[in-house]
Design a protein around this ligand. Structure first.
Ligand code: GRF
Length: 187
């Protein structure tokens, strides 16, 4: 069975979609959740699902102890799902081609430092764009910059608010992120 590690620091709705999807398929298990926020809601999901978790800070995320803990999980993929920090070179070098991220827009549009959540959706609405969507991509040393694996689109409605657009984007994420992971695991 494949092992997946999730890095997440927010609500964890994507983490939950991934956990539930692979509980059903039996093809992979989420072995560890890594967060930089001790009070993140995603950790309640970890507790309910009996998934071990680790809290990292700016220092410990670079240390060999974390690399050792991750290596012990033998992850087929490290999946970022609402993790806002840059991934240090030490992790990129230890897990080449194995770290992926999801971004709530059609990269290269609306990516980069500080572009997350409502900042992204407000930029789409301010730009009067007709569509938005999601991007799953490999992680490299820059924000939201690695090779794109999958994009899925949705229409922006004339009366959309940042919240309604976020809801449509989340629905796309919850459907496509687990399935993209499944696709990568079977390559
Ligand atoms: C998602 O919209 C994802 O695109 C972005 O962070 C958000 C995380 O949401 N990278 P959640 O915590 O999974 O609900």
């Amino acid at each position: 069975m494949h092992s997946i590690v999730i890095f997440a620091s927010g609500k964890g709705s994507n983490a939950n979609a991934i956990i539930q999807y692979f509980k059903r398929s039996g093809q992979a298990k989420v072995a560890l959740i890594v967060s930089n926020k001790a009070d993140a809601a995603v950790l309640d999901i970890a507790r309910n699902e009996h998934i071990p978790f680790l809290i990292v800070d700016k220092q410990s995320i670079k240390e060999t102890l974390l690399i050792d803990q991750l290596t012990e999980c033998k992850p087929s993929l490290i999946v970022l799902a609402g993790f806002l920090w840059k991934i240090p070179d030490s992790l990129l070098h230890t897990f080449p081609g194995k770290i992926i991220n999801i971004h709530p827009a059609l990269l290269p549009l609306h990516g980069g430092k500080g572009m997350y959540g409502h900042h992204v959706h407000n930029a789409v609405l301010t730009g009067k764009e007709k569509e938005s969507g999601i991007t799953v991509h490999y992680v490299n040393e820059k924000y939201d910059d690695g090779n794109i694996i999958l994009q899925a689109r949705c229409t922006v409605q004339p009366n959309d608010t940042s919240d309604t657009l976020a809801g449509r984007i989340h629905a796309l994420e919850h459907y496509y992120y687990p399935r993209t992971i499944e696709f990568l695991l079977t390559q």
